[in-house]
Write a new protein. Sequence first.
Lengths: 120, 134
Amino acid sequence: MQVYRWTLTMALSIVHRATGIALYVGTLLLVWWLVAAASGPAAYAHVQAFAGSIIGRLIVFGYTWALMHHMLSGIRHFIWDLGYGFKANEREALTWGALIGGIALTVLVWIIAYAIGGGR
Amino acid sequence: MSGTDTPKRSMRTPLGRVRNLGAAHSGTSDFWRQRITGVAMTLLMIPGLVIIMMLLGRNQVYAAQTLSSIPVAVILLLFIFASAWHMKIGMQVVIEDYVHNEKLKLTAVMLNNFFSIAVALASTYAILKLSSGV
C-alpha cells in the first residue's frame, strides 16, 4: 500500500485494529482465569503466579491499555457513525483524545489497582 | 455496477437488488450488532473493572465466592456474550479485508467462529459452575 502522507487518523485506524486483534487473542487469558477459578485453588494459584510475574504484569498492563484505547477509539468511531466530528479539528481532537485518554485511563486503573489490591 | 452483473431479464431495479445487502452481501446486521455490543461493553466497563479490582490479590476461595454472586455473575455473563459477539464480527471484518483467497478466507472465517464460540462457552460454563456451587 502506498500512502502519500501519513496522518494521525490513519495510523490510529490501524492501531484500533491491532488492539482489537490483541484483545481477541488475550481473551484466552480471561478464559484461563475464569476456568481456573471454577477448577480449584491449585489451578487458580497458577494463574496468580503467572499474572504476578514480570511477563504476566507486562501482558496484563498491555492488555489494559489495549482495552482502554480500543474502547475510546471505538467511541470515536461511534461518534463518526452518528455523523458528528468530521471537521478537521474535530477529527484530530477525537483522535488525540482516544490516544491520550487510553494511556491516562490505563495508568489510572493501575494506580487504583495497586492502591486497593496490590498489597494483599 | 449495474451494467456487468445485471441479469438481462430482471424486473428488479439495481437499487432493489442491493438494498439491505451492503459490501458483505449479508446486509447491515453485523454492522449494527457490532455497535450494540460495543456500547454494551462500554456501559459494562466500570462494573467489570470493579469486579476485577475486588479480586486482585485474593485467593481462589474468595474469588469463587465473589464470582458466584448473582449480580457479579450476570454482569460477567453479559460482558462475555457482548465481547464474544463483538470480537467475532471484528475479526471477520479484518479477515474479509486482508484475506483474498476464497478458500483461505472461508477457513479463517470458520475458525474465527469456532474460537469465539469456544471462548464464550468456556467462560460461561466456568461462571455457571461457580454459581451452582458444584
